[in-house]
Design a protein around this ligand. Structure first.
Ligand SMILES: Cc1ncc(COP(=O)(O)O)c(C=O)c1O
Ligand SMILES: [Zn+2]
Length: 405
């Protein structure tokens, strides 16, 4: 069910299905609105369960109709129990939401699928974005799948794995001498001049909405129940805020019972304006990022204050995680669950551990931790784990060294 209009989240103004990036009155973000009365009458668990095994199973709650031919559609990623990690961390039940299973191995495939569907509806031929890496991957792959052009703007000093994984799809990479925030400013300026689909500028209302499907899937995969706690990383804060809205939508439609899960957010200490704002109770103050968690290195987060609000309204929290613990958390996750998450996931696990240490989460809780990106794109912080046993191809010698003969 395509959205009926776009409403400003800050002042409530109704903008129709505008192509503007933000509210023309107050610059607030725009949220798609739906005919909820119709959805309440027509949308059932059974109808969703009979849908495709992708995020398009929630098309009734997405702002744009699915593409006629959904190619390499993201979503419906596994939700798996991690009992050994649960024991180490000290929670009763812990699930990992494996968004590494998406086509380009991060949750960004979700937001891009929705924005790209809108771009195609508008007849745009080039997809573009500013990116900390994963979004560029997702835009490049989606453009390749749909036969569109891709032009992406990233900080020049990003992890090489992310830049290569973007160029392979044939995208034009503009490597910007600056931070993500410089890239963002540049794309906002360009968006006034170029007829491109900037997924996180002009198409942002559609783009952000794709993250709601994380909440929808978690609820459905837990047999139509909400968990007690969801732990997620925060960069711009868009995903975190939309996960909260996703649970609210399902509760409002009667598809699950409330209350909304407590939302715990994580930021790396070297770029933690949203965690600082949560702590201080004041609006966030932009920072210049200096963090190994490059995918989360946004110093001026567009939805930062909304992320704080979402955490607070749910009874959750947002924590800054020490830079030198990020690699250790990546290793801990891998060793106890078999999942190699990226630096952002090291931050997310760090936030969960901090929440447990503070008594915000305890052993009565059922917790879901979002693994939003793949460690193969950010191997740097765990590279020192590579310490092989050098041997000759000599079984006798090896058996002897093992004390077998
Ligand atoms: C792996 C990963 N997780 C989380 C995020 C945070 O997303 P948001 O900017 O919506 O807060 C990003 C953003 O780039 C990311 O790449
Ligand atoms: Zn407004």
């Amino acid at each position: 069910m395509p959205a009926t209009t776009l409403n400003c989240r800050a002042c409530g103004a109704d903008h129709g299905l505008t192509e503007a990036a933000v509210c023309s009155t107050c610059f607030g973000p725009l949220d798609p609105a739906y005919d909820f009365d119709k959805a309440r009458r027509e949308l059932t668990r059974e109808r969703i369960a009979a849908g495709p095994l992708s995020l398009w199973r929630y098309a009734d709650l997405l702002p744009v109709a699915p593409p006629a031919e959904p190619r390499i559609a993201p979503g419906f990623t596994p939700l798996v129990p991690a009992p050994r990690l649960a024991t180490v961390v000290g929670v009763r039940e812990l699930y990992l939401k494996l968004d590494t299973a998406n086509p380009t191995h991060s949750f960004k495939d979700r937001v891009v699928a929705v924005a790209a569907a809108r771009a195609q509806q508008l007849g745009l031929r080039t997809l573009s974005c500013s990116s900390t890496g994963n979004l560029a991957n997702a835009v490049a792959a989606r453009a390749a799948a749909e036969g569109l052009e891709a032009a992406v703007f990233c900080p020049a000093d990003l992890e090489p794995e992310k830049l290569v994984a973007t160029s392979v799809y044939g995208a034009t990479i503009y490597a910007v001498d600056g931070t993500y925030d410089d890239c963002s400013r540049l794309t906002i300026e360009l968006s006034f001049e170029l007829p491109w689909g900037f997924v996180n500028v002009g198409l942002r209302a559609y783009y952000a909405e794709g993250s709601k499907t994380l909440a929808f899937e978690i609820a459905e995969q837990l047999d139509w129940r909400v968990p007690d706690v969801v732990v997620a990383p925060i960069a711009s804060g868009a995903m975190f805020s939309k996960v909260a809205q996703g649970f609210d939508d399902f509760i409002e439609l009667g598809l699950v019972d409330g209350p909304r899960p407590r939302l715990i957010g994580g930021q790396a200490e070297g770029c933690s304006p949203v965690a600082t704002a949560f702590e201080s109770g004041e609006p966030f103050v932009p920072v210049r990022p200096d963090s190994i968690a490059r995918s989360l290195a946004i110093g001026n987060p567009a939805d930062g204050n909304y992320a704080v609000e979402a955490a607070r309204a749910s009874g959750g929290a947002i924590h800054a995680v020490a830079e030198d613990s990020i690699g250790l958390n990546m290793s801990l996750l891998a060793e106890t669950s078999g999942v190699f998450g990226e630096t952002a996931t090291g931050v997310t696990l760090g936030a969960l551990r901090e929440a447990v240490a503070r008594g915000e989460v305890d052993d009565s809780d059922r917790v879901v931790l979002l693994v939003t990106g793949d460690g193969l794109k950010t191997p740097g912080p765990v590279a020192d784990r590579f310490d092989p046993v050098r041997v000759n191809a000599d079984a006798d010698a090896l058996l002897e060294s093992l004390g077998v003969v």
